[in-house]
Design a protein around this ligand. Structure first.
Ligand SMILES: [Zn+2]
Ligand SMILES: [Zn+2]
Length: 135
């Protein structure tokens, strides 16, 4: 079943039609900037299954990192929609809060980079937690 999503203002829409290969929350310091302070809750889907259906996002890559992720966001309202990471080749990492149904696919299955967690971060019962990236 295909899923769709959009930015806050509605200028950029996307869809994907594959089951996620990863369903996780990331506690790393970088994700705290992106999320506003909490873990970043994301799904990773095959690049081939993902496409924008209206609007064109702007892309941002930090120039001071050796292997920066590419972050795609709406140039009008600033909503960050997806990330493409050299650490996750062939995948598009979708921010669940931008999906039309953020509850699709249930709870995150793992929590990663918990070494960077803040005291207020929550991990649901039964979710496996990893200090860093799972091996
Ligand atoms: Zn927008
Ligand atoms: Zn992260």
């Amino acid at each position: 079943m295909s899923q769709s999503g959009r930015c806050y203002c509605g200028a950029v829409h996307y869809t994907f039609d594959a089951a996620p290969v990863l369903n996780l929350q990331c506690h790393c310091r970088e994700c705290q900037y992106i999320s506003g302070g909490n873990p970043n809750v994301v799904l990773a889907v095959p690049e081939a299954a993902f496409r924008y259906t209206s609007g064109t996002p702007q892309a941002f890559r930090r120039s001071d990192l050796e292997k920066p992720a590419t972050r795609e966001f709406c140039a009008t309202c600033g909503t960050h929609l997806v990330t493409r990471s050299p650490g996750a080749p062939g995948l598009v990492i979708v921010k669940r809060g931008t999906m039309d149904d953020p509850s699709a696919f249930g709870n995150p299955q793992v929590a990663i980079f918990t070494k960077d967690s803040q005291p207020w971060h929550q991990i649901a019962d039964g979710v496996r937690a990893f200090d860093g990236r799972p091996g």
